[in-house]
Design a binder for this molecule. Structure first.
Ligand code: PHE
Length: 455
């Protein structure tokens, strides 16, 4: 069923632009900041294997499901479900996605603020040291401040607000097409430096030699959560971006390409960080500050390190910005299409809302460090509640919707571009995954990981 929207909608203009934008959403702080520190905290290689399994069997099918729903309806995450199934409350899944977008943005803008600040700190020479103790100090003094981290968070919000207001697609598409290759090149350069540090091999075996005794129930939940967060799935960002994708695009192929490239970027970030962690005698389980204390030490031990460090944080900032555009687009598409708000109004109010909520995450390292929700600071709570609960829950419902609710023949038509693509075998595998594997795997991991079932 194809339905045309009454409002003229923008869309991505070329295949390469679509890949760039979707990859631009997937690649972000998740690869460069989160993947290394979560891997570090959960024991390394064995965790990565579990993560890859979650990615292939759960994350990827959910991503394809979102693209199918989005492209078939050409609608925001809420309206999409209403169009496909007007009689049942599936639209609540889209509504939960809008809420998740706010919660993710709350802590994502905090970390993006740190990254923006680091561009200037590395340029000014404040980070010119190879001692992790000193880089730790620089980091702590930034995040335990009040005015400085808030300033950067607001700065980030203004930047993405301006881009989103200007209209998405031209901006996003053009920017990401240029930025993604740049990020790759820079990662290759720091990988080479990191690998040639004396003592790098300990980092490599941490990253690639699995020790399965490190796998705990909570590590499996973290791996699943990371898979959702990484691929930007479970909250409608991929429904929204899917709605801008041309009808001739090969959706399964695109999802696979994006997941593979995204994983490559994460592994490259791991190779950039872990050899240096071990070479400089640091522990891999430093948590969210890992990137900020290790990366400066790597750059400072190479020629022209200062320039490369500035470039690195600049590109990380761009990657984070690309991901935030897709997060922000979820409520914006919803508010403009469902309530006919102007793009300007929707953006302004959303940004203000995120700023208010996000300031609690930013201040959770200072003024609000004693305020705990379920035993976690605001920052940790937003992170945990979205990655490890809301996104997987969203994933279950999205998979169930495509697998059991949406008319089988229509799903097939959307996936094969009205029968023009011959991917029968792939379709059957996909259907099996979304009907059975995805919901069952998520339920088991959620129930055990959140301690409802003890193993
Ligand atoms: N995938 C992004 C990252 O890895 C984060 C993200 C999550 C973006 C959900 C959009 C939606 O940084």
């Amino acid at each position: 069923m194809k339905q045309e929207s009454h409002v003229k909608r923008e869309g991505f203009s070329s295949s390469i632009g679509v890949i760039a934008a979707v990859l631009g959403s997937a690649v972000g702080l998740g690869n460069i900041w989160k993947f290394p520190y979560v891997t570090g905290a959960n024991g390394g290689a064995a965790f990565i294997l579990v993560y890859l399994l979650c990615l292939a069997l759960v994350g990827l099918p959910v991503m394809l499901s979102e693209h199918l729903i989005g492209r078939a309806t050409k609608s925001n995450a809420v309206t999409a479900f209403k169009k496909l199934e007007p009689r049942r409350p599936w639209f609540l899944v889209g509504g939960a996605g809008v809420v998740s977008a706010f919660l993710i943005m709350a802590f994502y803008t905090t970390v993006s603020g740190w990254v923006y600040a680091y561009i200037f700190k590395s340029a000014s020479g404040a980070l010119l040291t190879t001692k992790p103790q000193e880089t730790t100090q620089v980091f702590n003094s930034l995040v335990s401040g009040v005015g400085e981290p808030l300033f950067w968070q607001v700065f980030v919000l203004i930047v993405i607000g301006i881009i989103i207001m200007a209209g998405v697609t031209k901006g996003i598409e053009r920017a990401t097409k240029f930025l993604m290759p740049m990020l790759f090149i820079l990662l290759i350069i720091i990988d080479i430096r990191s690998l040639t540090l004396p003592g790098a091999s300990a980092g490599l075996s941490f990253l690639f030699k699995p020790d399965f005794s490190k796998i705990t129930v909570s590590a499996v939940l973290a791996a699943l959560g990371l898979a959702f967060f990484k691929l930007s799935v479970g909250m409608g960002a991929m429904i929204t971006y899917g709605s801008y994708v041309d009808d001739r695009e090969n959706l399964p192929k695109m999802a696979i390409k994006v997941a593979l490239s995204d994983t490559l970027v994460s592994l490259m970030a791991g190779v950039a960080i872990f050899p240096a962690v071990f070479a400089f005698g640091f522990k891999p389980d430093a948590g969210p500050k890992l990137l900020f204390i290790i990366i400066p030490t790597v750059f400072n031990s190479m020629p022209l390190g200062r320039i490369f460090m500035v470039l690195f944080f600049l590109l990380t900032a761009f990657a984070a910005t690309g991901a935030m555009l897709s997060l922000l687009e979820v409520p914006i598409a919803y508010l403009t299409e469902e309530y006919q708000w102007s793009r300007r109004r929707a953006t302004l109010l959303t940004i203000i809302g995120i700023g208010l909520l996000g300031s609690t995450a930013t201040l959770s390292n200072s003024l609000l460090s004693h305020v705990l929700l379920f035993g976690k600071t605001f920052f940790d709570f937003f992170d945990f509640a979205t990655s490890n609960v809301l996104l997987p829950l969203g994933g279950i419902f999205i998979a169930l919707f495509v697998g059991w609710q949406w008319n089988f023949a229509n799903v097939k038509r959307e996936m094969t571009n009205e029968g023009q693509l011959a991917n029968e075998g792939l379709f059957n595998v996909y259907m099996f995954l979304v009907r059975f594997i995805v919901p069952i795997a998520i339920i088991i991991v959620l129930l055990t990981g959140l301690n409802f079932i003890h193993v």
